[in-house]
Design a protein around this ligand. Sequence first.
Ligand SMILES: *[C@@H]1O[C@H](CO)[C@@H](O)[C@H](O)[C@H]1NC(C)=O
Ligand SMILES: *[C@@H]1O[C@H](CO)[C@@H](O)[C@H](O)[C@H]1NC(C)=O
Ligand SMILES: *[C@@H]1O[C@H](CO)[C@@H](O)[C@H](O)[C@H]1NC(C)=O
Ligand SMILES: *[C@@H]1O[C@H](CO)[C@@H](O)[C@H](O)[C@H]1NC(C)=O
Ligand SMILES: *[C@@H]1O[C@H](CO)[C@@H](O)[C@H](O)[C@H]1NC(C)=O
Length: 216
Amino acid sequence: MEFIIMIKLFFINFGGYICLEANFSDTDRQPIPGYFQWHEDTVASEFLMCPNSCQQQITKGRTFAGNSVTTCCVEYSRPYWITSKSENLIGSLRLEPRGEQGFVIVPGVANDTLFNKILYQQGNLNVFPSSLCEFRNIVDINFSQNQIENIPDIACLHILDTLNLSFNRIERLDNATFRVLKYLRVFDLSDNKIQYIEPNTFNYRPGSLFEDFVVS
Ligand SMILES: *[C@@H]1O[C@H](CO)[C@@H](O)[C@H](O)[C@H]1NC(C)=O
Ligand SMILES: *[C@@H]1O[C@H](CO)[C@@H](O)[C@H](O)[C@H]1NC(C)=O
Ligand SMILES: *[C@@H]1O[C@H](CO)[C@@H](O)[C@H](O)[C@H]1NC(C)=O
Ligand SMILES: *[C@@H]1O[C@H](CO)[C@@H](O)[C@H](O)[C@H]1NC(C)=O
Ligand SMILES: *[C@@H]1O[C@H](CO)[C@@H](O)[C@H](O)[C@H]1NC(C)=O
């Protein structure tokens, strides 16, 4: 029997935030029409843009299904590199097979972008590439539809926002894995072989805004 659990979680917790690796000062950001930059003491990510409608609905005095600006932004905010139309904010890294069964990460044409994403869906990836930590500005990993069995320690990817590992062979989740990934917002683990989730894997995550967590 297969079932899907979708949990929407919003962790409010105070804790020390990790300093950013990426140098993303306010002067780098152009305002995005229709959005405001969403700062919340309890949310670590500094990159979230929330639609103006979240603020307008509330300040007009209308109830937004009884919700506050915060609950609205939890639902509808998106990171800057998604809402911005600018194309030189985020670069694409490629994985190329090299040697026995290893892979190397190759920067794309734009190799000095503030953020990076990496997509690999050829189906033959069975471990995370070991050089991932050399690219600490990765915000989006899409390794769905491969043969990955383990999630290694990826604490180096401080600002990781999206991790798509659907359709792999992951069997267990360790409680150390997600502790420091405070920016993680979307995590897709559907269609794996999860047998075991270690105690306290998800329940102490200071500053994290965990929007979508899909397991099946
Ligand atoms: C970060 O950006 C500021 C202003 O753009 C610059 O002065 C500073 O040298 C940068 N720091 C690093 C580590 O790149
Ligand atoms: C980045 O691109 C520049 C020019 O396009 C090139 O000279 C440099 O070697 C590249 N760096 C890496 C790490 O690929
Ligand atoms: C992850 O990738 C799969 C396709 O491989 C896609 O169907 C799914 O929607 C993605 N998950 C998220 C949260 O975007
Ligand atoms: C992963 O890639 C698939 C196929 O390109 C795409 O449908 C999906 O939206 C991606 N998911 C994420 C989270 O980027
Ligand atoms: C992580 O899981 C192990 C059992 O595998 C447990 O002993 C440990 O207390 C857990 N860590 C936390 C912080 O709960």
